[in-house]
Design a protein around this ligand. Structure first.
Ligand code: SF4
Length: 247
């Protein structure tokens, strides 16, 4: 089934409200009774057997400068105060030490085939700190050469230096939120993200090749005026919908 050949019945079946699925297990599944020792035993068990599965790692970088009113993520809003970056990375490195030891089993290092940095806004962190995190991960885990490395970026705080750092660390997937280019909507949701900033970032990171798919997604989402401004050319892009509901 191609991306454009989705039966209406299938769309209707899944066009219902469900739990947020950006984390697994989803939030309603977490229980107070499940503690750190349970977590470590599950990690250890996952390394038992002759051929333990490869690893998929997720890193949550929870900081943002400003709250988008629709946000449902675990997020810490700091304004322009970035003092907590190193403290947070210290804690992440300690946790990585524990996880790496638990999944090492009998000393085998399981390959990481997927890695994702989400948030929050990963590019809230300075390029130097992102470099630190990337190196810390590779010091503790074996990342497969063809691993899928994804990162969420926000055009409002992402610089060319961020992009160069992420590319140098091997990131090959980028996720960027675009809720709406209508300035009135942007003001209402407290997320002022001009079209030009989004376009320039896509161009900078992925080159003109991706712009054709961005154009297609924008057109399908009803942003025809912006879509017309983008160059053509095929690459991968995915669009998710924002639903505005009255209270
Ligand atoms: S940038 Fe993302 S994580 Fe941060 S407040 Fe906005 S929606 Fe939430």
């Amino acid at each position: 089934m191609s991306a454009l050949d989705v039966p209406l019945a299938l769309l209707r079946r899944y066009n219902v409200q469900g739990p947020r699925y950006t984390s697994y297990p989803t939030a309603p599944m977490w229980k107070e009774q499940f503690g750190p020792t349970d977590y470590v035993s599950i990690l250890r068990e996952s390394s038992e057997g002759e051929a333990p599965a490869p690893l998929s790692l997720y890193f949550h970088l929870p900081f943002c400068e400003r709250l988008c009113f629709f946000c449902g993520c675990t997020v810490v809003i700091t304004g322009t105060r970035h003092a907590g970056e190193d403290v947070y990375l210290d804690a992440v490195e300690r946790e990585m030490d524990g996880v790496a030891a638990a999944v090492a089993g009998d000393g085998r290092r399981r390959k990481v085939v997927q890695l994702h940095w989400g948030g929050g806004t990963p590019t809230y962190f300075s390029p130097t700190r992102l470099e630190r995190l990337g190196r810390s991960i590779r010091d503790r885990f074996d990342v497969a050469p063809d691993a899928e490395l994804g990162v969420e970026i926000d055009p409002r705080v992402t610089t060319p230096e961020h992009l160069a750092t992420l590319a140098g660390l091997g990131f090959n997937r980028l996720s960027m939120g675009v809720q709406d280019f209508d300035p009135r909507v942007q003001e209402a949701i407290n997320r002022i993200q001009p079209f030009a900033a989004t376009r320039d970032l896509v161009r900078e990171f992925l080159g003109p090749g991706l712009l054709g798919r961005l154009e297609e997604c924008l057109r399908r989402a009803g942003h025809r005026a912006q879509a017309r401004h983008l160059a053509k050319g095929p690459q991968g892009l995915e669009a998710l919908a924002l639903v505005v509901e009255s209270r």
